[in-house]
Design a protein around this ligand. Structure first.
Ligand code: EPS
Length: 355
């Protein structure tokens, strides 16, 4: 999907490590590894996370493409070690002789990829699906997104996110108690969050073809985060507003075009319009929980309770950090398509907020 800022990730939830190779970063960009680690920490720290986050302290290693804090124009490789691998070496072994039947699980977890994945890839052991479908892989995606954010920041493009709702609760002061309540009851919670990018240039994306519309690309990038169920751009009440109320009128002040509203959320005609980009998304409640869901054991075809090891109660804060990263990747890709070049200096010469 991405043309200029391309990346591939690899790694299982309880495997040795998570890896990403990013291709297409021009030379001469500043990359601060501490900043990547800050984003990784933000993804881990949200209230409502489970036992796994006590084991992991995600930090990235850059093994190619950066020298003395600057990109070299060559592929950038990022690696995050899974500390929990130490406890899973036998279960995640690559050696055929380590296989034993009792290491597999067959009680499907509703809401996860288990059922469809077992049929699609013909897996009898549902761990083969769990391991890659797990949201653990979003750790390395956040590292990639952090690199994208750092590139954008060098053109003063800034990003932030906030939680709008946890379950039914809209008051931030009550979010923690709402999560505590769900945890005590062995349940899980979803919620809603908002991501904002400011100072974007006009004209990222295009109206000329459906697959070049920036809103479509952002929707795909955010919707494919595990557990995300809705994505909207701008005022999500648009469908019940009148045209005269919704559309952002234009005025001239001091020789400049200005708007006094941003219901469009920074996108018109599939392109950024220079106003802040506002993306809202909602996340379903996490499907793994101590209070077990009824399901089927795919081996015996008998009804049973879903497989449970441990779980998070709520990961909406983590999800907002992941969404920042995913959107940053789309934006940097479009940015490089528009202002592209081989080096930071070349791009700086071409860069213009209104072109
Ligand atoms: C996840 C299950 C839990 C989460 C995990 C996502 O992991 P575990 O099965 O090891 O307890 O903690 O998230 C992460 C590990 C992470 O880094 O975000 C799942 O099934 O998606």
């Amino acid at each position: 999907m991405l043309d200029k800022f391309r990346f591939l990730t690899a790694g299982e939830s309880h495997g040795k490590c998570l890896t990403a190779i990013i291709e297409g970063i021009p030379a001469g960009f500043d990359i601060d590894i501490n900043q990547i680690n800050e984003d990784l920490k933000r993804r881990q720290q949200g209230y409502g996370r489970g036992g796994r986050m006590k084991i992991e302290t995600d930090t990235v290693e850059i093994t190619s493409g950066v020298r003395f804090g600057k990109t070299m124009g060559s592929p950038v490789t990022l690696v995050i070690q899974n500390r929990d691998f130490e406890n899973w070496q036998k279960i995640m072994s690559v050696m055929a002789e380590d296989f034993t039947e009792e290491k597999s699980f067959t009680q499907c977890r509703p809401g996860h990829a288990d059922y469809a994945g077992s049929i699609k890839y013909n897996h009898k052991d549902l761990r083969n699906i769990l391991e890659r479908s797990s949201a653990r892989k979003t750790a390395i995606e956040v590292a990639v997104g952090s690199v994208a954010k750092q590139i954008l920041a060098q053109f003063d493009i800034k990003c932030s996110s906030k939680i709008l709702q946890i379950g039914q609760e809209k008051n931030p002061e009550n979010f923690h108690s709402e999560i505590d309540k769900a945890r005590t009851e062995g349940d899980s919670l979803g919620g809603k969050f908002e991501v904002i990018f400011e100072n974007l240039p006009v004209g990222l994306g295009s109206y000329v073809h459906w697959d070049r519309m920036i809103d479509g690309k952002i929707a795909q990038a955010v919707m494919s985060i595990p557990a995300v169920k809705t994505v909207s751009i701008g005022n999500h009440h648009s469908y019940k507003m009148r045209g005269s109320e919704f559309h952002d009128e234009m005025f001239v002040e001091n020789g400049k075009i200005v708007r006094h509203s941003n219901n469009a959320g920074g996108v018109e005609g599939g392109m950024t319009n220079g106003e802040p980009l506002i993306v809202t998304a909602s996340m379903k409640p996490i499907p793994t929980m101590p209070k077990p869901l009824k399901t089927v054991d795919l081996k015996t075809m008998e009804e049973c309770e879903a497989h449970f090891e441990r779980s998070d109660t709520c990961a909406v804060e983590a999800c907002s950090v992941i969404a920042e990263s995913r959107i940053a990747c789309v934006l940097v890709d479009e940015f490089l398509l528009k202002f592209g070049g081989d080096s930071f200096d070349e791009i700086s010469r071409k860069f213009c907020r209104k072109q």
